[in-house]
Design a protein around this ligand. Sequence first.
Ligand SMILES: Nc1ncnc2c1ncn2[C@@H]1O[C@H](COP(=O)(O)OP(=O)(O)OP(=O)(O)O)[C@@H](O)[C@H]1O
Ligand SMILES: [Mg+2]
Length: 322
Amino acid sequence: MSETLIEVKNLQVHFKRKSSKLLSFKPEILKAVDNVNFTIEKGKTFGLVGESGSGKSTIGKAILRYHKPTGGEIFYEGKEIGSMSEKELLSYRKKMQSVFQDPYSSLDPSHTVQDIICEPMEIHKMHTAAERKERARELIRVVGLKEQDLLKYPHEFSGGQRQRISIARALSVKPEFVVCDEPISALDVSLQAQIVQMLQDLQQKYGLTYLFISHQLQVVQKICDEIGVLYLGNLMEISDAEKLYSNPLHPYTKMLISSIPVPDPRIKTLDKIVTDTGVQSRGIGGCRFHNRCPGCTERCRQEVPALREVEAGHFVACHKYE
Ligand SMILES: Nc1ncnc2c1ncn2[C@@H]1O[C@H](COP(=O)(O)OP(=O)(O)OP(=O)(O)O)[C@@H](O)[C@H]1O
Ligand SMILES: [Mg+2]
């Protein structure tokens, strides 16, 4: 029987921005995330995919409470954490850790690897100094590096090795849930596969739950159990990973799948729509995807489609499937 670790209910994260209109001092509201709903089961990986600016990192940061949600609720093991005070959040901060795309900017260049791995344990006042060092020695081996590496500095490592250090750091406080925000996007393809394998092994070993964020659909396919497809702050489709590829329903998902490079050119891609990341239609009415959708009807221009379950575990926000 699966158990829910994270539940996101009608999540909204809006940002105030300076107006783009000349002589207007009224701030504009950017709806970076709007009415997003999904759950993550314990020990599983939920993937979030979508173009740049679709709100993936904002959702991750809202769950980690780097951003306070504008609306909606976030439950961690049934406890609402979205509106908790900093004090109430303390015990959750340790349970939730993150790994980001660019390990170079997230690793302090003036600190040794040992200090970097030990820092979260210090912040959370865990163990004695000797025990923290022992844990760093254990973790550096777990992520495939050597004990001698603990005394080196981040610039002495390759991108893949730096990402291993970030992972060791995130795991130092024994988290239950890790937000992996584009953790392999900056790496070569061969290194990507190694880090994905390592994340999967660590998940097994420690029973971790992941939110795995990527703009590359082919990357999330391997690691995710379930995937949510995000477009301009709205979830367009949620499905188990296998079904999303074998039977994508939303025109946007089809478009993303069609843009995955196919190794054999004789294999037909699902759809021939070309991804155009430049088009932004956050402010438009109706379905946010309507002006890029080949099947757009008058209703799509007027009415926002709700995310509905069209078959067991497969949700889509498209009037075509109502
Ligand atoms: N702190 C902030 N203040 C104002 N606007 C923000 C802030 N953070 C994000 N945004 C805006 O919210 C939208 C979503 O940003 P977000 O970083 O979540 O996208 P993303 O899907 O992670 O993109 P990428 O693939 O480029 O990382 C963007 O339009 C972004 O400019
Ligand atoms: Mg991002």
